[in-house]
Design a binder for this molecule. Structure first.
Ligand SMILES: [Zn+2]
Length: 112
């Protein structure tokens, strides 16, 4: 799974199935990812100097990496991705359905 921060992913399982959002952070060791608007919980906070209004704060909780897939703009759905080498030697991800490039994984090696 090649998911990076700021990727657009779609949830494919669980309570938020079908929800699309931006990846906010990734915990590779735990195999979890925080996605904007997904698995949101509300925390009730008391009035304080930092929060003069008090009230509710929403916060996204991590979901399992295996429950999200990268979203392909061309297919307009979440798809499985592969990795391939581009002409310049860099590595990129691609959509296994349509072949659309989904961004670089590693840069091209420097020409010597
Ligand atoms: Zn595609």
């Amino acid at each position: 799974m090649h998911i990076k921060t700021n990727d657009i992913v779609q949830v494919i399982a669980g309570d938020d199935k079908g929800v699309k959002g931006k990846v906010l952070s990734i915990d590779r060791d735990a195999g979890k990812v925080v996605v904007e608007g997904v698995n949101r919980v509300y925390k009730h906070v008391k009035r304080s100097q930092k929060n003069p209004q008090g009230g509710r704060l929403s916060k996204e909780m991590p979901v399992r990496l295996s429950n999200v897939l990268l979203f392909c703009n061309k297919c307009n759905k979440a798809t499985r991705t592969g990795a391939r080498a581009a002409k310049d030697g860099s590595k990129e991800r691609f959509c296994r359905k349509c072949g659309n490039s989904l961004g670089q994984i590693s840069p091209a090696p420097k020409a010597s």
